[in-house]
Design a protein around this ligand. Structure first.
Ligand SMILES: [Zn+2]
Length: 89
């Protein structure tokens, strides 16, 4: 058993295919963005000396704790998407 290892044929590197093609992307202009604002929960409640009142309606689908966002003509739940229209126009 004297088997000589056959010389493995080395794959010839193809210069043409391996040539690095540098693609220049058009420079992106960064838009000035307003910083992300968190929900200001204190705006949803009104605290009077001894009582607390909620200024937004609760979502009828999600239950208490899920306030409806007030828009021009509608109330929307951000959690489930429930929408009620307040004005008819
Ligand atoms: Zn909801």
């Amino acid at each position: 058993m004297s088997k000589q290892p056959a010389p493995a044929p080395a794959p010839a590197p193809t210069e043409a295919a391996a040539a690095p093609v540098e693609e220049k992307k058009p420079e992106k202009k960064e838009k000035p963005r307003a910083p992300k604002r968190r929900i200001q929960v204190y705006k949803l409640y009104k605290v009077e000396s001894d009582s607390l009142s909620r200024l937004r309606k609760d979502c009828p689908r999600c239950g208490k704790g899920y306030f409806m966002a007030q828009h021009g003509n509608r109330l929307t739940c951000g959690h489930c998407g429930y929408t009620t229209y307040t004005k008819k126009s």
